[in-house]
Design a binder for this molecule. Structure first.
Ligand code: NAP
Length: 422
């Protein structure tokens, strides 16, 4: 953090977009101006003024919300914004396209930072370019503070913390099950998918990042026992029944492995982590797993072909700025279960965590996950050994984030699976 007292606790940068607007709305509903000094930022003063009028109309407490204006392509404007903030919380994406200068500005000014990126190629670039400098500057750069990757990363941390306390041993294996969910998708999210596939087609570092399951681990530690994300339907070794590949595994598994590595391997160097979609028992479960795997495979194949990718981006995807309505974002739901298996002196044990909320995972729930990540950083309410670095939610913020999310209606808890079966 900076030595001088910054003007704002949190700047929501990109507040005129879909996810940024939900985050600003959430923070102004949850906190009053006397509790949180907040500003909204973006490139378009007119849109920001309209947003501020709307925020003031919606909540009694906020007569006004300060506005900061800059441009993602103008480093000087970003440095000025970062200098004025304890935490910059950014939804300006695709991050591959717009994100790097802001990370650089936060590192230069020693400002904490959180975002919503699932662009694993870009996270890898930030790790390589800025981790050491962020450590030296005392800037906590926490990527992936939305649906990817808070439930998977903090869910795993919940499981491992419970295991270490109850059984004196961490789990050797963790499986993350995307059990259910309903929600929408925005043009900004699909544009980010587009950038990821574009990078995979054109950038060798992005290809290497997507190939290596340990690509987000620190340099020199990018190998291990995990074979990488499941690609086909498979029966589940922990629970039985069928599972399909998860669309978010490529991001979440790597983030969880980075957490383990950054924290100094408290879960062991042989720790394994997989994320899957459970589809049920028997023939029906197998058929559903085949359908999910087939759909995902077809989407990946289509997005990997340049002309098809361009056509989809141009004609089929919604434009940036389009996305779920507020009503849609506040409905929806998601449920993630994390099962950890370990071995203690008196035999094997299984720990289970549940992480979920009754809101659209990518928008209503993500606004809360990102907003509360920013508040944790701004108030230094973290359980983390790091004052700076390119971090994950589990390594940079830790369980205080789960605590805050529980307070706003999330399920986020872990226990002994044997006891919960009784
Ligand atoms: N992890 C998750 O669960 C999750 C969930 C939702 C979104 N996301 C990610 O969050 C990002 C944003 O998504 P979204 O749907 O909110 O996108 P969006 O609606 O397109 O919003 C993008 C924001 O970036 C701003 N922007 C664009 N170019 C800029 C520039 N040069 N300088 C300053 N600001 C600029 C836009 O400003 P204008 O309004 O002026 O155009 C807008 O405020 C995407 O990368 C998406 O993948 C992740």
């Amino acid at each position: 953090m900076t030595d001088a007292d910054p003007t704002y606790d949190v700047v929501v940068w990109g507040a005129t977009g879909v996810a940024g607007r939900f985050t600003a709305e959430y923070l102004t509903e949850r906190y009053g101006p006397e509790e949180l000094s907040l500003a909204v930022g973006g490139r378009n003063r007119g849109k920001l003024d309209a947003l501020v009028s709307d925020l003031a109309r919606r909540g009694d407490a906020w007569d006004d919300v300060p506005v900061v204006v800059g441009d993602a392509t103008d480093p000087e404007s970003l440095r000025a914004i970062a200098r004025d903030a304890r935490v910059v919380c950014t939804t300006v994406g695709p991050y591959t396209k717009y994100g790097s200068p802001l990370v650089e500005a936060c590192v230069e000014t020693g400002t904490d930072y959180c975002d919503l990126t699932g662009e694993v190629n870009w996270t890898r670039e930030m790790v390589d370019r800025f981790h050491e400098a962020a450590v030296d500057a005392g800037a906590r750069i926490v990527h992936g503070c939305g649906f990817d990757s808070v439930p998977a990363d903090i869910g795993t941390l919940l499981v491992q913390s419970f295991a270490s306390e109850a059984f004196d041993e961490p789990c050797e294996t963790v499986r993350i099950y995307l059990e259910g969910g309903s929600g929408g998708v925005s043009g900004g999210t699909l544009a980010s998918f587009g950038e990821l596939f574009e990078a995979a087609a054109t950038d060798p570092l992005a290809r290497e990042t997507l190939r290596n399951p340990y690509s987000l681990a620190p340099s020199g530690e990018r190998s291990g026992v995990d074979p990488g994300a499941q690609r086909w339907p498979r029966t589940d070794p922990l629970r039985g029944g069928w599972t399909a590949p998860s669309p978010m595994a490529a991001v979440n598994e790597r983030v969880v492995r980075r957490s383990n590595a950054l924290l100094g391997y408290p879960w062991g160097r042989e720790f394994r982590c997989t994320e899957v979609v459970p589809t049920g028992e028997g023939l029906g479960g197998a058929a559903a797993a085949g359908l999910v795997a087939g759909g995902l495979g077809a989407f990946t194949a289509a997005m990997s072909v340049g002309p098809v990718r361009s056509a989809l981006r141009r004609y089929a995807f919604p434009d940036p700025g389009e996305g779920p309505t507020r009503e849609e974002a506040e409905n929806g739901h998601f449920r993630i279960r994390v099962l950890g298996r370990g071995t203690a002196a008196d035999g094997s044990f299984t720990v289970e965590a549940e992480f979920g909320a009754d809101r659209d995972p990518g928008y209503g729930a993500t606004a809360r996950m990102l907003g509360e990540s920013a508040v944790c950083l701004a108030r230094d309410e973290v359980d983390s050994p790091f004052d700076g670095g390119v971090l994950t939610p589990a390594s940079g913020i830790g369980l205080p984030l789960a605590e805050r999310l529980r307070e706003v209606g999330f399920t986020a808890s872990a226990g002994d699976a044997a006891e919960s079966e009784r």
